[in-house]
Design a protein around this ligand. Structure first.
Ligand SMILES: C[S@@+](CC[C@H](N)C(=O)[O-])C[C@H]1O[C@@H](n2cnc3c(N)ncnc32)[C@H](O)[C@@H]1O
Length: 277
């Protein structure tokens, strides 16, 4: 990253986590600076929850302003269910992001492998949304791949003529294919992370979720922001993947946890030793 790009974060340092209202924090960042936002807002307890302010529209507008053309935002969100009624806040927020200029590039599902939540008169909810907003077409897409079921050589259809005859020829089957847009993760200790300290925060998302998005939508040296950084999952994964990061959280306790997790990387620096594969 060149010096001019560093200057675009104003008085903020790269690779730092700040205790700050994210609207104020983002106001310090120049237009078109951030390659990727990976974040999860507080769900539905919208204002003055635990003493902090969550001003969704202002946050969305700032995110739009500072995201680069071709940059991407991953907005991980679920709905609260009150008196049997789903809030649909997730969709209201997504529609707002679209109204202020983002493309809704995809609506992905984060499926939780082990979910304790049950309702007596509805199926157990096991997912949250991962809205993928982009400012124009994404600059980067490094698709994650999975092995295909059938491997090796097979007679494949080729060269179908107007007479309807299929001429089959031997061909190599594709050994891998791009993942679908439903991603499943284990949650809890040993699932979301091995960092016990992270669980002092009640609403973390899995490290692998952050890792997979950072890998997909950025390249080494790019700048990743989590404006509602919580226990610091996004920043930790950005550091491990050699991306630059900035995090904001309104709670000093959470900022302390996040900084501690970054320090843990320095003690145990390889990606494989930190990630549950
Ligand atoms: C769902 S949690 C994020 C958890 C995070 N993804 C993780 O893995 O640890 C939402 C966070 O937003 C923070 N928050 C709420 N309002 C904020 C604001 N205005 N500015 C910055 N952070 C805020 C809360 O303190 C909370 O830690």
């Amino acid at each position: 990253m060149g010096t001019s790009e560093l200057n675009m974060t104003g008085e903020l340092e790269l690779n730092e986590i700040y205790c700050m209202d994210c609207v104020l924090g983002m106001q310090k960042i120049s237009n078109n600076t951030i390659d990727l936002v990976v974040t999860s807002p507080p769900y539905d307890d919208l204002r003055d929850y635990n003493g902090y302010h969550f001003e969704f529209e202002k946050i969305a507008q700032q995110i739009y302003r500072i995201t680069k053309n071709g940059g991407v935002v991953v907005w991980v969100v679920g709905d609260k269910i009150k008196n049997g009624n789903r809030s649909l806040t997730s969709f209201k927020q997504a529609i707002y992001f679209q109204e202020i200029g983002f493309n809704v590039h995809d609506v992905m599902i984060y499926e939780k492998r082990n979910t304790p939540f049950m309702r007596s008169n509805a199926y157990t909810n096991c997912y949250e949304f991962m809205f993928i907003f982009s400012k124009g077409s994404p600059n980067t897409f490094n698709p994650l791949k999975t092995k295909t079921v059938r491997q090796g050589k097979e007679k494949l259809v080729a060269n179908k003529k107007t007479d309807g005859v299929n001429n089959k020829v031997w061909g190599e089957l594709n050994p891998e294919k791009t993942l679908t847009n439903i991603w499943e993760y284990a949650v809890g200790l040993g699932g979301s992370t091995n960092d016990k300290i992270a669980f002092q925060h009640t609403a973390i998302f899995p490290e692998k979720l952050a890792r997979d998005h950072i890998f997909s939508w950025t390249n080494e040296g790019d700048l990743v922001l989590d404006p509602m950084n919580g226990s610091g999952t996004t920043c930790k994964m950005a550091k491990l993947l050699k991306r630059n990061f900035i995090g904001f959280d309104i709670s000093q306790d959470y900022v302390n946890i996040a900084k501690e997790r970054i320090k843990l990387i320095e003690k145990q620096p390889t990606l494989n030793s930190l990630l549950l594969v």
